[in-house]
Design a protein around this ligand. Structure first.
Ligand code: ZN
Length: 354
């Protein structure tokens, strides 16, 4: 009998030891996640399939191109993916600015948006070329608070869709190269002086871009607006907090701007994210087209997803190519992680993934 007891004890110990040995659950794979800012301009199924293996869903955004045909091609590709992967891919459309000043421009846009919503689009993206590129016939820049946009914004609201607004650029764009905070901006604007607004004072200022956007938010208090790229207030969480306080209809995605959190004080950023945990959406700005190297893009996306997760979920000391100094992870708790990675996107983009 004693021997039997011994055997039972040994067996129990073995069970306990094996249990301790088990790796801790990988929360990254376990919780459902949405990358709320990607551009999938291909019918190739690599990325929806890949997203599924990481428990990710993808909000695929059609960004405006030079011509209407290109926009329609991109939209068709996104809808193709959505039809094939309704639980994994959702689609955000856009509209053309071609012939903005012609009297039937608004009606054409409204008709197209109606058709796109019928095809399953859940939101409308507007881009920085409003405010930075298009001018009216007398040479004034067309800003987003221009009354000619109002019927379109009203329609989006009436249809219970969301506006995704990429307006302006990072504030660095208006600063000299050596004053820019993140190295990626320094590199980009050095290579692309035509977009470096510091060199082009004849264009609207950074403050003018933000002010026009803020006036649009105030004018449409019941329109759900997600500001892409931290609403172009990436440089200072206090400035972003002011807008989130003032405009309850405003949330932001973090696509391609997480490095701007990483150059700010980590305690301050952590407090900000906890305070505004219902208003922040995770996103990468990943893009893929038929011309791209699929394996390289897949590796990039996997690294991005993993590094961002490490930053938000641990307190590791980290480095990143865009960030001049090392920085500390934010170690957000699971409740906050679930919101920024999933629940907020579902809330701010109703109708996605059905
Ligand atoms: Zn983007």
């Amino acid at each position: 009998m004693k021997i039997l007891n011994h055997i039972a004890e040994l067996f129990l110990m073995l069970v306990i030891l094996t249990a301790c040995d088990k790796p801790k659950k990988d929360l990254f794979l376990q919780i459902p996640k949405i990358d709320a800012h990607v551009h999938i301009y291909t019918r190739d199924n690599t990325f929806p399939e890949f997203a599924k293996t990481k428990n990710f869903r993808l909000l695929s955004i059609v960004t405006r191109a030079d011509d209407t045909k290109k926009i329609r091609d991109r939209f068709d590709m996104a809808v193709y993916q959505k039809k094939k992967y309704p639980k994994t891919v959702a689609v955000i459309t856009t509209f053309s600015m071609e012939n903005f000043e012609s009297p039937d421009w608004q009606q054409k846009v409204l008709d197209q948006l109606k058709a796109d919503f019928d095809a399953g689009a859940i939101a409308v993206k507007i881009w920085k070329d409003i405010g930075m590129v298009f001018r009216d016939s007398i040479g004034n820049f067309i800003m987003i608070d221009d009354p000619r946009f109002d019927p379109i914004l009203d329609f989006i609201e009436l249809q219970d869709k969301t506006l995704l607004a990429h307006l302006g650029e990072p504030r660095n764009c208006w600063l000299p190269l050596d004053s820019m905070t993140v190295l990626s901006d320094r590199g980009y604007f050095k290579e692309n002086p035509q977009y470096h607004m510091y060199l082009h004072p004849e264009y609207p200022s950074y403050d003018a871009q933000i002010a026009a956007r803020d006036r649009m938010l105030a004018k449409h208090p019941n329109l759900r607006v997600v500001g892409a790229h931290l609403g172009s207030l990436e440089w200072n969480v206090d400035e972003l907090a002011k807008r989130l306080d003032k405009y309850p209809n405003f949330a932001v995605d973090m696509a391609a701007r997480i490095c701007h959190f990483q150059v700010q004080n980590s305690d301050k950023v952590r407090d900000f994210i906890i305070k505004y945990q219902d208003r922040l959406l995770y996103g990468t700005d990943f893009g893929i087209s038929d011309k791209a190297n699929i394996d390289a893009r897949k590796q990039w996306l996997e690294e991005e997803w993993r590094n961002d997760w490490k930053y938000f979920s641990t307190d590791s000391v980290m480095t990143a190519p865009a960030v001049p100094d090392s920085f500390t992870g934010l170690k957000l708790d699971e409740k906050v992680l679930r919101k920024i990675y999933f629940e907020n996107a579902v809330k701010w983009y109703p109708g996605a993934f059905r």
